[in-house]
Design a binder for this molecule. Structure first.
Ligand code: ZN
Length: 261
């Protein structure tokens, strides 16, 4: 079965900015989904901010292996209950790929537990991405470096926890550098952040970028069954301890009582 993927798009600047609408007439989310669907191992659909529950109902997330997230201008408009639902899905094993300005999305910040801040400049600079983890599956088939002629600059320090692996670093024409491809595991879910993708440039039409996204979906896919409730915190009673023990000392909880959350 192909990897069931949702490309979530904020879909705001496509409607309000002529440049963005010209580069992505069907929205960035459809451009990315089309690129993913060119690979028979992936089956990508889309969801947007404007749909009820942002297109991310519990039923749909339960049938999703990997969620790709692009947002920029309207992070604050994403409902907190949907963010909590997506976080549960990731902890339960769904993959998440956060793109570009999704560094400030509610879901990415929640999963990172960090400011996720960076420096930036919109000057159409050349970006050169260097592969730093040559045998990483996300880098499969890529040259040791590739360039995007026009991109927004993101500069270090990037306020995220130390990643599992750094797959790419970027150099920008103005001199800054940035860790532009980073992996983490959160619960049972694989998380990848990929930096390029400013909406006024045709980044998601680039063949190397598309290859990274296809590789990233395959890497993020966890084929194990989803953990039904990744938040469960059961009290294992004295009687149920793997080794026989007797209770000692004072106790706060009454037998059978739910723990504090
Ligand atoms: Zn941007």
């Amino acid at each position: 079965m192909p990897i069931r993927t949702i490309v979530w798009g904020e879909n705001v600047h496509e409607q309000t900015n002529k440049t963005v609408a010209t580069i992505y007439p069907r929205g960035m989310h459809n451009c990315i989904a089309d690129a993913l669907n060119a690979d028979p191992a992936i089956s990508a659909t889309t969801a947007t901010l404007q749909e009820p529950e942002h297109g991310l109902t519990a039923a749909r997330l339960a049938q999703t292996d990997v969620l790709v997230w692009w947002g920029h201008a309207a992070h604050g408009d994403v409902q907190d209950d949907v963010v909590a639902r997506v976080a549960d899905a990731v902890w339960g094993g769904m993959g998440l790929i956060a793109l570009h300005s999704a560094h400030f999305s509610k879901i990415f910040k929640k999963l990172m537990g960090a400011p996720c801040n960076l420096s930036w400049r919109e000057a159409g600079e050349r970006e050169r991405l260097w592969l730093t983890s040559r045998h990483h599956p996300i880098a499969a088939g890529l040259p040791e470096h590739f360039e995007l002629e026009n991109e927004e600059m993101y500069g270090e320090p990037f306020g995220v926890p130390e990643p599992m692996e750094t797959v790419f670093v970027s150099w920008f024409q103005g001199g800054e550098v940035f860790r532009s491809g980073l992996t983490w595991r959160r619960g049972a879910g694989n998380v990848f952040y990929f930096r390029p993708g400013h909406e006024t440039y045709p980044t998601y039409h680039d063949a190397n970028v598309q290859l990274v996204l296809k590789n990233a979906v395959k890497w993020a896919h966890n084929p194990a069954p989803r953990i039904a409730d990744p938040n469960v915190a059961p009290n294992r009673t004295t009687e149920n301890a793997p080794e026989k023990i007797t209770e000692r000392g004072p106790s706060l909880h009454v037998k059978g009582q739910e723990g504090f959350r």
